[in-house]
Design a protein around this ligand. Structure first.
Ligand code: ZN
Ligand code: ZN
Length: 97
């Protein structure tokens, strides 16, 4: 009887420690991601190919890819433009892409 109880206890303890390990691993993984966030994929404005986040040039056609850190601004009114904008929605000037 005592042995049986001990086995049950041991099993429970094992499960708990396994669960704790998993939680720890999950937290560590999240922390790692927070330190180096996965950059979102960048779509080539020329050919539409999906490139890895952080890529500078399109792997398909070699075109310069828009960088998330760089802002595209209108040459006419200096308004911030969407990266794919061809014309400024505010003043109609041609965007420099
Ligand atoms: Zn391309
Ligand atoms: Zn403008």
């Amino acid at each position: 009887m005592v042995d049986e109880l001990f086995e049950v206890f041991e099993e429970l303890f094992e499960r708990r420690s396994k669960k704790k390990k998993k939680e720890k691993e999950g937290k560590a993984g999240k922390g790692g991601n927070a330190a180096t966030p996965a950059a979102p994929p960048i779509f080539c404005v020329d050919c539409g190919t999906r490139n890895e986040g952080g890529a500078r040039f399109c792997m398909e056609c070699g075109a310069l890819l828009p960088s998330p850190g760089e802002e595209l601004r209108c040459l006419g009114c200096n308004a911030q433009l969407p990266l794919r904008a061809k014309f400024c929605p505010r003043c109609g000037a041609k965007a420099a892409v």
